[in-house]
Every structure is written in C-alpha cells, then in structure tokens.
Design a protein around this ligand. Structure first.
Ligand SMILES: O=C(O)CCC(=O)C(=O)O
Ligand SMILES: [Fe+2]
Length: 321
C-alpha cells in the first residue's frame, strides 16, 4: 500500500548554538549532511540566522525589481554566461532571472541596486547583503563538513579560497493553470554547492529511484553540483531538479551558488582515487566548461557535462567504466 506520508527531503537543523568544528553537535550534523548528500544529493536546512521574515523582505524587493521595465533589467550584464539578466524565452516563457557576481562584496549589490533604482533602494540592497552573509556562512559550514567527512582537511584552505559566489534571483510568472506547468527544466547544477530559498513551493528534486520530491519553502534547500561531484570523484550524488508551477501566483526564488574560480583546475584529491574508485574526470577549468555548456554544440547534446568530457579530451575526460 502506498505510504500516507508525503515524501520529504532530509531536514537538517543548523540552528543549534554549539555548531562549531570540534563540538559534538557539529559531528552529529556532519554525519547527517554526509548521509543526505550521498543518498539525495541535497537536504533542507533549518537555519534561524536566515529567518523567513528576512527572506520575505528579499522576495518583496524582487517583486519590485522584476516589475521594472525590460530595458532597466537589461542593465544587469556580465562577461560570463548565465551570470546576468535572462529574459523569458520561448523554451522557458515563465522564467526570468538576474545575477549578482560576488554578492558578498557590498559594493556589487549597491551598484546593481543603483543601476536599477537610480534614486537608490537601501532596503533592497541591505536585505540582500544580510541574507548573502547568513546563507554564505551556512554554505561554508556545509562544505567544511563535507571535506572533514572525507578526511580532506589539508585541502580546506585551498578549496575555500578557490571558489566565489554568484547570487541568482528568479521570477516565475503565474501560469494560471490547474495542471503543473514547467517553470524551469530538469537539470543538475554545474557548480560546487547551491543554497536555494523559495517564496512559494515549486522546486522538485528527483530521487535516485526516479521519483520527484517537492522541497518545502520554509527551509533552505542545499544541493551539490557537478563540479563538486567531479572533485570528490563521484562520491556524492548530484540531483536532477526542476521547477513546476500552477495557479495564479508568481513565484520568486534566489540561489547562492559557490562556483570554482576561473583558472582554478578542478582535480580530484589523490585520497579519493584508488582501485575501487578509479579517477572519473581529468583536471578541468570550470570557466572552460561553462563556455562549452552555453555553446551551440552543447545545446544539441543530452548531457553537456558528459559530452564535454568526451569531446574536449584536453580539458576533461570522463573515464567510462
Ligand atoms: O527556482 C528554484 O527554486 C530553482 C532554480 C534552479 O534550480 C537554478 O537556478 O539552478
Ligand atoms: Fe538548479
């Protein structure tokens, strides 16, 4: 008989007082993180330093932001693909997003805010800065726990210093349907770790058995991306996920993405490579992969990561077993 309880992602509580390396609480949360990322590639984090009211303030600001004229939103530019404004597209008509590179640098948030609102919008920039500060602290705790759980402490500084943040904020227009409609297609993230905050439900994560679970908007969803999967030589799972919409409400969400810095070569540590776990990926530069991912060649493929792996053998090669 089918279970009555709806499936839910593992929920991990990061709100405890003594959550510092070396404390018993830390070790207990670390064990839960490792297990969740092996089994699901993601989990829901309870984190009272990023309370719901604070996230609501950001969503309120995003509503105003996405209401700005298209030409204003197009002032959000970047040299990198998928780091700037993305307008609704025939393949994803409900979706649009903006990006803020290095959002942990206050001036970057201020300057984007001022380009959108020349008269200023301090409450928007302050709430974004504060949420980024809190969520990035959680993101770093998770990565520290992951490295410790694999006994990779000696790589901690190198790993932490080789990443930078991108904040992407999304709007999904209400589809005005009763049936679920695709808001964002099924994908894996390409980066290291993503922390997602959603205003209303819509994010769905695929389990290893193919079933989809809906992530709850009252917690933060933490998931790992392909670059961390590659660096850990496949030890954790990278989950497929998508956004499904229905009804008459627009949905706002934002994600803090830790990305490998351009020029940094992702290379699995020797501790994770042995006879039982042969090297899956040759060293690669994340920015080169991103370039490929946004090329016409990649669009024609089923999995850009795998195609990149076999077709650009000088950059990264997946050793198929
Ligand atoms: O809007 C969401 O909840 C998910 C967005 C997402 O998966 C992404 O930006 O990679
Ligand atoms: Fe994603």
């Amino acid at each position: 008989m089918a279970s009555e309880t709806p499936l839910r992602l593992p929920v991990i509580d990061f709100s405890k007082q003594d959550l510092k390396p070396g404390y018993p609480e830390w070790d207990s949360v670390k064990t839960q993180v490792r297990r969740a990322l092996e089994d699901f590639g993601c989990f829901e984090a309870l984190y009272d330093k990023a309370p719901l009211e604070l996230r609501k303030a950001v969503f309120g600001g995003l509503e105003q932001l996405f209401d700005l004229p298209l030409e204003t939103k197009m002032l959000n530019v970047s040299e990198k693909p998928s780091h700037a404004y993305i307008a609704p597209h025939p393949n994803a008509p409900l979706y649009e997003s903006i990006g803020i590179e290095d959002p942990n640098v206050a001036e970057n948030v201020d300057s984007l805010t001022n380009s959108f609102w020349p008269q200023g919008n301090t409450s928007f920039s302050k709430s974004v800065q504060f949420i980024v500060e809190q969520v990035s602290e959680l993101e770093r705790m998770v990565r520290r726990m992951i490295l410790e759980s694999f006994g990779l402490e000696k790589y901690m500084d190198e790993h932490m210093n080789s990443t930078k943040y991108l904040l992407r904020a999304m709007k999904y227009k209400a589809p005005h349907t009763t049936e679920k409609t695709l808001g964002s297609r099924d994908h894996t993230d390409k980066n290291i770790v993503t922390v997602l905050c959603q205003g209303i439900e819509g994010l769905e994560i695929q389990m290893k058995d193919g079933e989809w679970i809906t992530a709850k908007p009252d917690s933060l969803t933490v998931m790992i991306g392909d670059s961390l999967y590659a660096w850990l030589n496949g030890r954790l799972h990278t989950p497929h996920h998508r956004v499904m919409m229905r009804g008459h409400k627009s949905r706002y969400s934002f994600g803090l993405f830790s990305n490998p810095k351009g020029g940094y070569i992702i290379n699995a540590p020797e501790e994770l490579v042995d006879e039982e776990h042969p090297l899956m990926f040759k060293p690669f530069d994340f920015d080169k992969f991103l370039e490929f991912f946004h090329s016409d060649a990649a669009r024609k493929t089923q999995s850009a990561f795998q195609t990149f792996a076999v077709s650009n053998s000088n950059l990264v090669i997946k050793i198929w077993s």
